[in-house]
Design a protein around this ligand. Structure first.
Ligand code: FBP
Ligand code: MG
Ligand code: MG
Length: 333
């Protein structure tokens, strides 16, 4: 008989196998899981509960916030702020570090999150998600910005939840990547995708082609060669996908391989890419590497990038290792 391994059981068993994973960490993860179940419920109810559409506000990146950007941020913050497992948080939707008020205890972790990824998809009923990254914090004082600016290679755990046809959580604690599907009837995430690995060869790419005029030469070359198909230098046809939801693209790549690019953009030197290092690029880089793929800015391994700001943007290239390596090589020549 197949055993139904719940996420909680999986984490507790992993904790026994890898003693570095502590009981506090398991509790923290449970808090995140609870928040994501609430978000899943809200996303699923959609217009029935009036949560779709835009709010009358912008975030620090000057993007118009969706109502659900704000609601999901509040769910994450409210679920995590009081538990005593964290010393601080950071969110795409909040300008500064989110402090733990003095009347709550502080813990040994920091959480960073994008509460609603792919939010332009929310009104058209396509897959969105929540991305999170957990860092260790050894200090006793209130953490400062510098304590958050750790390289991606320092992450203790990273994951994302997909709110799609089914709700799924993809998780790594540095011992491979596992996928869980939410069983709505019993309210538990069940292990359905153990040991996910990205095939090293692929013939599928994902890029927002409308930005072509702003790409650098190495990216133009790579995409031109893919599009040239069987008669081009690659000698094979490529397929293209663009969901405009990072979580959905990464899940597709974890499932059947492929490469995703949101590359360096010549439009605005203040924005070297679209996606944010701390709560988008770093967590997916950790997951992708743990699944045998690669993740780079084109010039540097993502997990080695020294962060300079909470909301810093980076060029992001990830997926099947052979393709990412090729794109890196084009950047060097
Ligand atoms: O609008 P574009 O250029 O297609 O960009 C899509 C990208 O932007 C994002 O939606 C950014 O994330 P947010 O929705 O959290 O701002 C990614 O999920 C996605 O890969
Ligand atoms: Mg996002
Ligand atoms: Mg977002």
């Amino acid at each position: 008989m197949t055993k139904n391994v719940t996420l909680t059981r999986f984490i507790i068993e992993q904790q026994r196998e890898f003693p570095g994973v502590s009981g506090t960490f398991t509790l923290l993860l449970n808090d995140i899981v609870k928040a994501c179940k609430q978000i899943s419920h809200m996303v699923n109810r959609g217009d029935l509960i009036g949560v779709l559409g835009s709010a009358d506000s912008e975030n620090i990146q000057g993007e118009v916030q969706k109502k659900l950007d704000i609601i999901t941020n509040d769910i994450m913050v409210d679920s995590l702020i009081w538990t005593g497992h964290l010393s601080g948080m950071a969110s795409e939707e909040v300008d500064d570090i989110i402090r733990i008020p003095d009347h709550y205890p502080r813990g040994k972790y920091l959480a960073l999150f994008d509460p609603l990824d792919g939010s332009s998809n929310i009104d058209v009923n396509l897959t969105v998600g929540t991305i999170f990254s957990i860092l260790r914090y050894n200090g006793t004082d209130e953490p400062q910005l510098k304590d958050f600016l750790q390289k991606g290679g320092e992450q203790v755990c990273a994951g994302f939840v997909l709110y799609g046809p089914s709700t799924m959580m993809i998780l790594t604690t540095g011992h491979g990547v596992n996928g869980f599907t939410l069983d709505q009837d019993i309210g538990e995430f069940i292990l359905t995708h153990p040991n996910m690995t990205i095939p090293s060869e692929t013939s599928e790419f994902a890029i927002n082609m409308s930005n072509q005029q702003f790409w650098e030469a190495p990216v133009k070359r790579y995409i031109d060669e893919c599009v040239a198909g069987e008669n081009g230098p690659r000698g094979k046809s490529f397929n293209m996908r663009w969901v405009a939801s990072l979580v959905a693209e990464v899940f597709r790549i974890l499932t059947r391989g492929g490469v995703f690019l949101y590359p360096y953009d010549l439009r605005d030197p203040a924005k070297p890419g679209r996606l944010r290092l701390m709560y988008e690029a770093n967590p997916v880089a950790f997951i992708v590497e743990q699944a045998g793929g690669a993740c780079s800015t084109g010039r540097e391994r993502m997990l080695d990038v020294q962060p300079k700001g909470l909301h810093q943007r980076v060029p992001l290239i990830l997926g099947s290792k052979s393709e990412v390596d090729r794109i890196i090589e084009y950047h060097q020549s």
